[in-house]
Ligand binder design. Structure first.
Ligand code: ANZ
Ligand code: ZN
Length: 796
């Protein structure tokens, strides 16, 4: 670098710290703005560029809001419990108690070197007993409310991590931590009743300002299906199925049970008993991953038994097949091969009858699964399938054979882990009293010291081997009791951290309620979409539950959430196994934080992420060198900016601001580059240009901005100077050419200012002779303007 960035960065970091510039007075703030970044897990490998990308996106937004006059609170902490740390510790033979502080120290160093506007005085660490005391406290509150419960359940088990996983941690059938295919095990586990909030979690998505892809991922995960449960008579008693298409009931030509269904064995006729049992055994041996593969050839076996279709009265065969899942609906289906893809394939494979009952509007080849008109359905013929759906269920309901039902894909959140590195679940087991919650006054239940933390495959936590921990007294009857030895999932730790940031040193309360009233919900949150259905769903659930418990005053924890894109290297996802992970350290060392920050934000809109390349970062370094040269080598004069220079300055202010508003910092930086190109040609620079440029640059290159702004000296730091206000009359910029159509037909093009509003666009378009001529013939019905692209008039 052509200037001494190291000296400049060190100088300003020291001054900021001395001035406590990034530590807002939470109680006294007049214009609070809570600007949150995702809770980092301090890995042993250190911060990588993808984390930093997200954090810098947040930081640039925070700095901008600060310049706009807000008291911005930008906290940080460490999500340091959990399997990832523990697995790493096991692999390297270091104890997580020793490893974790080292990792945190390294992360802290890295975060500080990137000059994030963080309030370090309020940093939290989930492994601190003063933090997890409150994690345990929340557990107690949920337990009191009936929202935490234990049950023996088939759970997802990772044989490598030797622990249970939440379904969400094993998507695609592999452990998200170690990618080992997971298995099912029957174990007693603790769950949070997130399903009690399924409808609220779903409807709560409607009004909130979150990235659309996150909301749709949550909707899919909640997976609401409206339909009906219908009863079929069988030799072993009534068999209930869940269907979203009761209108197709006349086309139900056979039934299918999941291999695990309790009636499967009972229904099998003597001739089929062995085949059914063997099939079930094979299905059980298959991993979830194999079973859920969509393109697998359909397999199944006939039970030999028959059921009665409740509308046709016909006897239909009952099969067992693994394409029906035991964990969904009732684990049994009525198969409608004419209108369901999977049933169709199965019926073809096994020669089962196919009866069409829905007629599509236009004939389509193959299996039709849409809506249409009822056929071959007795008295319902001729109705629309949507109407028939309601009537068929209502009619069967009168006979006690069906009822309307809503199903959700969402499962309760399994929070217990048979591991060491987490907060012990605060419960004891007493032979007399059963499970008893630890009283609030006895929190925290400390995680005891334990040299050997290896899991042993017993299905229990290593803590179960520590008799000194296990043996306790029952809080109720004072008799001898045993402690719960499972610890909680670290997604629980990170589901409430933003509450603790407000008053991390409070020993009396989970947070200061006055500060919560003032600062919550969080104003702005940015993070990766890999958290769409884990972290973000859990936070919403806990927030809703804590509101009902009376702890919080809102349902939606984050007023605005935006997804940041991923950073790749040479087009590939960064991963340790590929050896293409970029550490920020070498770039901070070589170019400085200002260059790295500006480069990352220049890659593209925050939502898109980008591809990291050394060549491009070099280009951005050249840009900052040039900025430094312009403002340090040219004479600075105190006179007004006039003419073209003034127009360019105001246009720059406007464009930079637009980039900030849309989280497209690349647009802002490109504009600063353009402006700098012009400034480079001039012999003198005005104070006003210097002042404005420094303020617009400050989010990206905070050190250089302060170094330059010091020459103007209006405020001690750029962050304390107001955001420059542009004059709309001066900020006019380029023109764009737009297409003009009448009734969809192109009639010409016209040039208008890029910022022209709708009215201006219509009047310019109507000014085209050809258009005026066509429009003269008939009254105008409608006019549409697609900004910067086209105008369409609808007439006639
Ligand atoms: C008859 C039918 C006819 C169906 C038709 C669909 C189309 P969603 O929307 O995902 O909730 N189903 C029910 N339980 C199942 C299970 N345990 N395993 C596999 N499939 C199951 O899907 C509900 C539909 O999936 C249900 O509606 C059922 O098939 C099937 F033209 O019933 B349907
Ligand atoms: Zn007891």
């Amino acid at each position: 670098m052509a200037y001494d960035f190291k000296a400049i960065e060190a100088k300003w970091q020291e001054r900021w710290e001395k001035a406590r510039l990034h530590t807002p007075d939470l109680a006294g703030a007049r214009n609070p703005y809570y600007n949150l970044m995702m809770f980092p897990y301090p890995s042993a490998e250190g911060l990588h560029i993808g984390n930093l990308y997200s954090f810098i996106s947040v930081d640039c937004h925070g700095r901008y809001m600060r310049q706009k006059g807000f008291d911005v609170f930008e906290p940080i902490g460490f999500d340091a419990f959990g399997m990832h740390s523990e697995n790493h510790a096991l692999k390297t033979g270091q104890h997580p108690r020793v490893l974790t502080p080292k990792c945190i120290a390294n992360f802290t160093r890295q975060l500080k070197s990137a000059a994030l506007m963080l309030d370090w005085t309020r940093a939290v660490d989930t492994t601190d007993p003063e933090y997890y005391r409150w994690t345990q406290w929340i557990f107690l509150k949920l337990y009191e409310k009936g929202l935490a419960y234990e049950k023996e359940a088939p759970v997802t088990w990772c044989p490598a991590c030797q622990t249970v996983l939440a379904d969400e941690q094993a998507e695609g059938g592999v452990c998200e931590r170690c990618e080992t295919p997971v298995e099912k095990r029957n174990l007693r586990q603790w769950f949070f009743k997130i399903t009690a909030y399924a409808e609220k979690l779903l409807s709560g998505l409607d009004g909130i300002d979150w990235s659309e892809i996150t909301k749709s991922a949550q909707r899919n995960w909640i997976g609401k299906s409206e339909g009906a449960e219908v009863l079929f008579e069988t030799p072993a008693g009534p068999l209930t199925v869940f269907t979203t298409r009761p209108d197709t009931l006349f086309g139900a030509t056979y039934m299918v049970l999941a291999p695990e269904h309790p009636l499967a064995g009972k229904l099998a006729t003597p001739e089929q008993k062995t085949a059914v049992a063997e099939y079930a055994k094979r299905a059980a041996a298959m991993s979830a991953l194999e079973r859920e593969k969509g393109d697998r050839k359909k397999t199944g076996v006939d039970t030999g038994a028959l059921a009665v279709n409740p509308v046709t009265g016909q006897k239909i065969p009952i099969w067992v097949a693994d394409y029906v899942l035991s964990g969904y609906g009732t684990g049994a289906i009525m198969a409608v091969p004419a209108h369901d893809e999977r049933d169709h394939e199965f019926a073809k494979a096994f020669g089962l009858p196919i009866v069409e009952v829905i007629q599509p509007e236009k004939n389509v080849p193959g299996c039709y699964s849409g809506e249409g008109t009822m056929i071959h359905s007795g008295s319902y013929d001729g109705l629309s399938s949507i109407e028939a759906r309601k009537r068929i269920v209502a009619d069967l309901e009168k006979k006690g054979l069906a009822k309307f039902r809503v199903h959700y894909r969402l499962r309760d959140w399994c929070i217990s882990r048979q591991r060491y590195w987490g907060p012990p679940i605060p419960a004891v087991r007493c032979a007399k009293c059963g499970t008893v919650a630890v009283p609030e006054k006895d929190l925290p239940v400390r995680l005891p010291e334990m040299p050997d933390i290896r899991p042993d495959g017993s299905g229990k936590s290593p803590l179960a081997r520590l008799q000194a921990f296990v043996k306790t007294v029952c809080p109720k009857c004072k008799g001898t009791a045993e402690r719960e030895t499972d610890v909680s999932d670290n997604f629980f730790d990170s589901a409430w951290y933003f509450l603790r940031y407000l008053s991390p040193a409070d020993t009396e309360r989970i947070f200061d309620p006055a500060l919560a009233q003032k600062w919550l919900p969080v104003d702005h949150y940015i993070g990766g979409n890999e958290h769409a259905v884990l972290h973000l769903m859990y936070v919403r659930f806990l927030t809703m539950a804590l509101k009902e418990i009376g702890v919080l005053h809102f349902d939606n924890p984050f007023k605005r959430f935006r997804v940041n894109g991923m950073i790749t290297r040479d087009g590939a996802k960064m991963s340790k196994s590929k050896g293409n992970v970029v550490s920020p350290d070498e770039y901070v060392d070589k170019y400085g934080a200002d260059v790295l920050r500006t480069y990352l934000m220049f890659m593209g809109p925050v939502a898109d992420g980008g591809d990291f390349s050394d060549r491009s970062i070099h280009g951005v370094a050249k840009f900052l060198e040039r900025v430094h040269r312009i403002f340090t080598e040219k004479p600075i004069v105190d006179r007004p900016v006039v003419g073209d220079a003034r127009t360019l300055m105001h246009r720059s202010m406007k464009r930079v601001e637009e980039g900030f508003e849309r989280l497209s910092y690349n647009v802002s930086i490109a504009q600063l580059m353009e402006w700098a190109n012009d400034l480079a040609d001039w012999t003198k620079i005005t104070r006003e240009e210097l002042s404005v440029f420094a303020r617009l640059l400050a989010s990206f290159a905070p050190h250089l901005a302060d170094e330059l702004y010091e020459k103007v000296g209006d405020a001690k730091f750029v962050l304390q100077a107001p955001w420059p206000a542009w004059d709309p009359k001066l900020a006019v910029g380029d023109t764009v050419e737009i297409a003009v159509q009448v009734n969809g037909k192109l009639r010409g093009t016209v040039s208008i200012p890029a910022e022209a509003d709708e009215a201006a666009a219509f009047s310019a378009a109507r000014g085209l002779p050809k258009v005026a001529e066509v429009l003269a013939g008939a009254p105008l019905k409608k006019q549409v303007y697609v900004k910067g692209r086209l105008v369409n008039f609808v007439s006639g």
